[in-house]
Every structure is written in C-alpha cells, then in structure tokens.
Ligand binder design. Sequence first.
Ligand SMILES: Cc1cc2nc3c(=O)[nH]c(=O)nc-3n(C[C@H](O)[C@H](O)[C@H](O)COP(=O)(O)O)c2cc1C
Length: 213
Amino acid sequence: MLESQTIKEAVDSALEVRVVGLSGSLRSPSATRMAVQYALKGAEEEGAKIEVLDLAAYNLPYWGLEREETNVKAVGLFRNDLRASDGIILGTPEMHGSISGVLKNALDLAGTEEFEGKMVGLVGVAGGRMGAIEALSHLRAIGRSLHAWVVPAQVSIGDSVQAFNLNGEPTDPELGDRLKSVGREVAHFARLHKCENHAQFLREWETRPSISK
Ligand SMILES: Cc1cc2nc3c(=O)[nH]c(=O)nc-3n(C[C@H](O)[C@H](O)[C@H](O)COP(=O)(O)O)c2cc1C
C-alpha cells in the first residue's frame, strides 16, 4: 500500500504542469489581463498550477539594455520564471494592427530557452469590432519562431470595453468557456508532452531490481 502510494505521488509529481500567463497590457483595469486570467482558470480546471507573471512588476528594460548592470537581475528573474513553466498563455491587445510593444519587448528579452517545446495559448483583445485577428496571427508566427507549440484554440475579443464586468468576469458566458478552453488545451497538451518521461518512469519502476528481498 505504502509503495503504491509512493508510486502515485511520484507519477502525480512527474505529471504536474505549471502554466503561466503574460498580459501585454500594463493598464489597470485591462481587458487583456482579465482574458489571460480567465484562460488560466481553464488550465487550473485541467489540474495545472497557474500564475500570472506581471510584466509591470519585473521592471523590465527595453531589449538592448538587458546587459546593463542595473537590468540583469530583473531580466534573469523574468526568464527563470518563464523557464519554470510547462505552458504559457500569451495575451495581447491589438495595437495599430499588431501585438503590443510591451509584450513584444518581453518576448524579445526571452528566447527559445524559455519557449522551445512548450505549449502556448493565445488570447487577443481589441477595442474595435474586428477583434484582434492581426495581433493573434503575428503572435502565432512569433510562437513558431520561438519553437513553441502554439495550440490551435485561440480567442479574439472585440469591443473590449464591454467584454468583462468590474469583477473580471466575461459578460458573455460563452466567451468565458472559449477562454477557458485555451487554458485547458495548453494544460492538457503540456501534460501529454511530459508523458514520455512518465511512461519511462513507470517502465523503470516496474522492472527495477527489488531491494526488499
Ligand atoms: C496605441 C493604441 C493602438 C490601438 N490599436 C488598435 C487597433 O489597431 N485595433 C483595435 O481594434 N483596437 C486598437 N486599440 C484599442 C485596444 O486594443 C483596446 O483599448 C484594448 O482594450 C487595450 O487593451 P487593455 O484593455 O488590456 O489595456 C488601440 C489602442 C491603443 C492605445
């Protein structure tokens, strides 16, 4: 019994996934941040540990100044927090037909070390009725160039001022479901991605020489 509990704990821990979210708007309140938080709820429902990495709190420099002595710590902390994730939700406002400079700068400070092989989910927010289609398609291309797995589900939100209430809840429940489905997909595929190790763990555990005899 004790042994099987130990196996279960080891398997659970091997399959634990951490999904983090980045919002490309530093405003408060921000529809992008609310969208990211809602997508993360979906990841949580899928069993992931979740966290919003607040780009304002890192005090990140512009790309090109990251090696200045005063900036090394902030950039290192940001990159470490990203590296410690299995999946990443990227949220951006549509800004002049593309992603926000805030998010682009943060992604430029990171690289394939933080993104390669990771599951990435996208949500975009726009003031206009057309939604954030351009920003999402640019972000998908950026994800590919970072060697990430950008999951097929994505959400584009138009009319951003009406999309969320003051509590950060989507005014249309269907929008909430779609946002959560992005997070669920990221967590689900991130876990599957870890399964090879899990299968190897089980194989080696089951065939290991017994030390109790
Ligand atoms: C500089 C700037 C450029 C913008 N460009 C667009 C745009 O091209 N298309 C659009 O639909 N909305 C555009 N917007 C509106 C934002 O997408 C909208 O206000 C969004 O809600 C901002 O995100 P936030 O609420 O998370 O801060 C722009 C806003 C700003 C400030």
